[in-house]
Ligand binder design. Structure first.
Ligand code: SF4
Length: 167
């Protein structure tokens, strides 16, 4: 059995058109909570500030963060998308609050639905007049609300019941 966990196959690590700074200078991105061995606290802080600046200019920072959040076993150490392991733990808790305990599955389902919509759009492109109507509708009414997932529905129901009990 492998010593390392496998990445979640539903979330591929994003492709960067240019080599990323964590590829070209990986030592800058080393970080484990509480580990101050090898360099002073100030040196660590300076290094982390450099890593964060590098991430903020990275073309794949958004998807890198997503990948790091869903692959928690693979990202227990290190700086990813300018976040430390502790910060990622806090962000995962917020994802649970927003999307429920199955938030990774919810994200995977949303990605799948997005891919299917994109594939369908490629096969049956809108006519020019249809595209104009869609654009006008979006301008007037804003983007279409997404249907709630079963997990979101359950969470909303639980909040509603808790609110009713408290009332
Ligand atoms: S955002 Fe991610 S891929 Fe880009 S430099 Fe930072 S850790 Fe590397």
């Amino acid at each position: 059995m492998s010593r390392f966990a496998d990445p979640d196959p539903r979330f591929l690590f994003p492709h960067s058109p240019v080599p990323t700074r964590c590829q070209t200078e990986p030592a800058t991105f080393d970080f484990a909570n509480g580990d101050r061995s090898g360099e002073s606290r100030e040196a660590t802080e300076r290094r982390l500030a450099r890593a964060r600046r590098a991430c903020s200019g990275c073309p794949i920072v958004r998807d890198c963060l997503r990948w790091a959040l869903v692959n928690m076993d693979l990202t227990k150490v290190g700086i990813y998308a300018a976040t430390t392991p502790n910060q990622r733990t806090a962000l995962r808790k917020r994802m649970v609050d927003r999307l429920g305990p199955d938030w990774i599955d919810v994200l995977a389902d949303q990605d799948q639905a997005r891919r299917e919509r994109a594939a369908a759009a490629r096969h049956t492109p809108l006519t020019i007049s249809q595209a104009r109507i869609v654009a006008l509708d979006r301008e007037v009414n804003g983007p279409m609300p997404r249907p709630l997932t079963p997990v979101q529905q359950q969470r909303n129901m639980a909040r509603l019941m808790a609110g009713l009990k408290a009332a």
